[in-house]
Design a protein around this ligand. Structure first.
Ligand code: TNX
Length: 519
């Protein structure tokens, strides 16, 4: 960065500092008003609820006040005398997750009609608390609701496995930023990361290896681990959506159970499951049944991407040939569709929604049980197709929402697309005006960033690619009105929180602070 630019940055940040009248909260609330008072946080304050359904949220707040500030408050049995009240009451918006917060020196009241709303209010309060000095919390009156119901983050743990503690830390930060969907990419070519009781070799053998070391010791989540993480996420109002990628990206599974492998090409041997073997459908459905038990979100992502990478051998597979004849199919693309429709039916039969990458916009399925993820930023026609077919869509285009792409022109490890990458401002301003026309807006469930991990072998690098872009993602998903300068100012104030947690983040104000880590 040039000196001149730094001087410019310094003065613009200083200027914003002088005129700053937004609360130190990311994502920025819809409307707010400074109260010019402080609420003094101290031991022996009490939290009350006017509805027993908010007791879990009261406990969460109690616990976090202790974690963040070592302050012990208690739960009151009478809300009328409590200092902090969680109230079932119309917050002024009917949107799910809406809340209002009123604060003065003697009392804080968070009101909402649903527990997600109460939780969102608690998170705003906790951000103010984290920013407070001497436990004097600045008071704001806030009325707030999210722009999108789907505010997602995806982690690929097949390419590299990070484990329970890292995932919990990510869930903590997601909650801090009001992100509410964790998409967990648990299977792919390098490794299968979830225990399936009926097919134990998936974890024992499929779990061996990763993208950089094919002999790495088996790494996977047991079903107990999964339940622990699902509960941890639920406490933070985050739904977990697991992904079992099929019919392609299936090499790890195929190493464990080669009898269901059928496909591949010279470059990608054993890349797909065998759509020409009737038993494959039962096998995969059995796996999905266990997933359905483990994940209460009632939706499973079945991938469906990049099948053409390695389905060449379907041409010579006798089972596939027989299937094509029987079903009167003439192309491999039809076989792919046939396979996915059958697997989607398995999910529908369990009352789960079918989620898939944008390749699957080509098939026609019940629109209220299907969600399409638009990822190919270079194929806007695929997004248009999904919308024209009336599907609900999550937007996660590579540029700017793939976090394995670099975020700064000087970075060398990580992806680019014809030179383009995913910088903080690009994430912040997404989707902008042009991506989706007004008429189709209500089919957009939300936005999601995807962290693929071919180039992410350590927690340090995971941090670096995630922070601070996760904060920009959060504001893009929550707040309709955006002001990048004001956002940067609020972000700057949060950097000490990253440091306090030993997060190795990219510092957009002083890139040399933390050099780019390699793999
Ligand atoms: C494409 S996104 C993929 C992933 C890779 C990613 C790397 C998608 C549906 N498929 O398998 O990890 O690019 O950026």
């Amino acid at each position: 960065m040039s000196k001149l630019f730094l001087i410019f940055l310094f003065f613009s940040v200083a200027l914003i500092g002088l005129t700053q009248n937004t609360p130190p909260i990311i994502p920025l609330p819809k409307s707010f008003q400074p109260m010019n008072e402080v609420f003094k946080l101290k031991d022996n304050l009490s939290i009350g609820v006017n509805d027993p359904s908010f007791e879990k949220e009261a406990q969460y707040l109690q616990k976090q006040l202790f974690v963040v500030k070592s302050i012990t408050v208690f739960l009151a049995d009478n809300e009328s005398k409590a200092d902090i009240v969680l109230k079932k009451q119309d917050p002024g918006s009917k949107i799910a997750g809406a809340y209002a917060m009123k604060m003065d020196h003697g009392k804080i009241t968070i009101s909402a009609m649903d527990d997600a709303g109460i939780f969102n209010g608690i998170v705003s309060l906790l951000q103010l608390v984290s920013m407070s000095k001497d436990n004097s919390v600045s008071c704001w009156n806030i009325a707030d609701y999210p722009l999108y119901p789907w505010r997602g983050f995806m982690l690929d743990e097949s390419r590299h496995f990070f484990g329970k503690e890292k995932v919990k830390q990510l869930l903590d930060w997601m909650a801090f930023y009001k992100l509410n969907r964790f998409h967990w990419h648990l299977t792919d070519d390098p490794g299968w990361r979830i225990e399936i009781k009926k097919y134990p070799l998936l974890a024992y053998i499929g779990g061996i290896g990763n993208h950089t070391n094919r002999n790495a010791e088996a790494a996977y989540y047991t079903q107990d681990d999964i339940s622990e993480i699902v509960n941890y996420a639920a406490e933070r109002k985050i739904a977990i959506i697991p992904e079992i990628d099929m019919p392609g990206h299936a090499r790890a599974a195929n190493r464990a159970y080669p009898q269901f492998s059928g496909g591949g090409s010279e470059r990608y041997p054993d890349f797909t499951f065998d759509p020409g073997n009737e038993k494959t459908y039962q096998y995969l459905t059995d796996i999905l049944k266990e997933m359905n038990v483990l994940f209460p979100s009632e939706m499973i992502h079945l991938g469906g991407d990049e099948v053409h990478f390695g389905n060449e051998q379907w041409n010579s597979n006798p089972g596939v040939k027989a299937l094509m004849e029987k079903q009167k199919m003439s192309t491999l693309a039809e076989v792919e569709k046939y396979f996915m429709v059958r697997m989607a039916d398995s999910l529908y039969a369990m009352n789960d929604k079918f989620l898939a990458w944008d390749e699957m916009a080509d098939i026609s399925l019940p629109i209220n049980k299907t969600i399409i993820f638009w990822w190919r930023h270079d194929k806007p026609e695929q997004l248009k197709k999904a919308l024209d077919k009336n599907y609900n869509v999550v937007l996660c285009p590579r540029i700017p929402l793939y976090f394995d792409f670099v975020q700064d022109s000087t970075h060398v490890t990580g992806r680019r697309w014809a030179g383009a990458f995913s910088d903080l401002q690009g994430v912040y301003e997404f989707p902008g005006k042009a991506v989706v026309g007004k008429a189709r807006q209500d089919q957009i469930l939300g936005i999601q960033a995807n962290l693929w991990t071919e180039t992410v072998g350590t927690g340090t690098r995971l941090d670096y690619l995630t922070f601070p872009r996760m904060s920009a993602l959060a504001e893009a998903a929550w707040s309709e009105k955006r002001d990048y300068g004001d956002f940067l100012h609020r972000l700057d104030r949060q950097l000490p929180l990253y440091r306090a947690e030993n997060i190795y983040f990219f510092n957009p104000f002083a890139a040399s602070d933390n050099p780019e880590p390699q793999y």
